[in-house]
Ligand binder design. Structure first.
Ligand code: G1P
Length: 295
């Protein structure tokens, strides 16, 4: 039997990576912030690995000027592979080959910084008429079941749009899309309202949207008709509100720990946590940290 369209498999993921990365200046002046390493992999690689582990078959990277190293990272580097092979560096060769062969990746350009909603809209042609995932590269999720896979599972059961949710402290409410929602079953919420980066006094709750979304193709039509919202940008949040009005927007409190790798402290924290998880580094790294902290 043919599957109904609303339960179509999630095959494609949009990764918006066109931002200027002002929070990481001066580093991000000539190098995209998505290339900042968490231990020895650029942060964007963790995001693409999450997509692969979630059954995604094609990544649509939305980039801008100066981001070509991100594309290069996932491309085959013939000279490098040849040199590693000739020198007998088999393990390194495998590591490098794995990156370039992990997924089909295409990139589209966002020529002007017109907002997250606009960035997603830039992927429209590549997306076609099927539901898709959006993964924001600043949000690293450390979890047993990959972050976006948890949402895909919810989507496959309901056929409705679903976004990742997390409780945030009062001091951070102004940094996120904040929802007004009712819990319909454990961890799953029906979202009634979304407010982009509200002042604490205007926030409907402390439940924030984290950078994982599974969206129906009609959101692209909504985005195409949207007027600029907060900050003069085409906001994904405003398009989500239209889905909420149609009662087809859900939120899922994902299981796992999220690190905001686009923030200095979040980035340092992710490096400490991921560094301590590495069997080859853990002992020495712990000693170094302890020594530094005891000073
Ligand atoms: C974006 C969205 C916001 C969401 C956040 C998650 O904001 O606009 O609604 O809560 O991502 O990380 P940004 O962090 O890109 O400013």
């Amino acid at each position: 039997m043919k599957k109904s369209r609303s339960r179509a498999k999630i095959r494609k993921a949009v990764i918006p990576a066109a931002g200027l990365g002002t929070r990481f200046l001066p580093f991000s002046k000539a190098v995209p912030k998505e290339m900042l390493p968490i231990v020895d992999k650029p942060s964007i690689q963790y995001i693409v690995e999450e997509a692969v582990a979630s059954g995604i078959e094609e990544v649509i990277l939305v980039t801008s000027r100066g981001k070509s190293t991100v594309e290069d990272h996932f491309d085959i580097s013939y000279e490098l592979e040849d040199t590693l092979a000739k020198r007998g560096k088999t393990e390194l060769l495998k590591t490098v080959q794995k990156v370039s062969r992990m997924i089909r990746l295409i990139s589209v350009r966002q020529k002007e910084p017109l907002g997250l909603g606009h960035a997603v809209l830039c992927a429209r042609e590549a997306l076609g008429d099927e539901p898709f995932a959006v993964i924001l590269p600043d949000d690293l999720i450390d979890s047993t079941v990959p972050g976006i896979k948890q949402l895909i599972k919810e989507y496959s059961q309901s056929g409705k749009a679903v976004v990742a949710l997390e409780d945030v402290p009062d001091s951070r409410v102004h940094l996120y899309g904040i929802v007004k929602a009712v819990e319909v079953k454990k961890r799953l919420y029906r979202i009634k309202h979304v407010v982009e980066k509200p002042k604490l006094k205007d926030a409907p709750s402390n439940l924030a949207i984290i950078g994982r979304y599974v969206l129906p193709p009609e959101i692209l039509e909504i985005l195409a008709r949207l007027k600029p919202g907060k900050g003069g940008e085409i906001q994904l949040t405003d398009a989500l509100q239209k889905l909420a009005d149609r009662k087809i927007l859900y939120g899922y409190k994902f299981r796992g720990i999220r690190y905001d790798s686009g923030d200095k402290l979040g980035f340092l924290q992710a490096n400490v946590v991921y560094g301590l998880k590495r069997p080859d580094l853990r002992e020495r790294f712990r000693e170094i940290l302890e020594k530094e902290l005891s000073k």
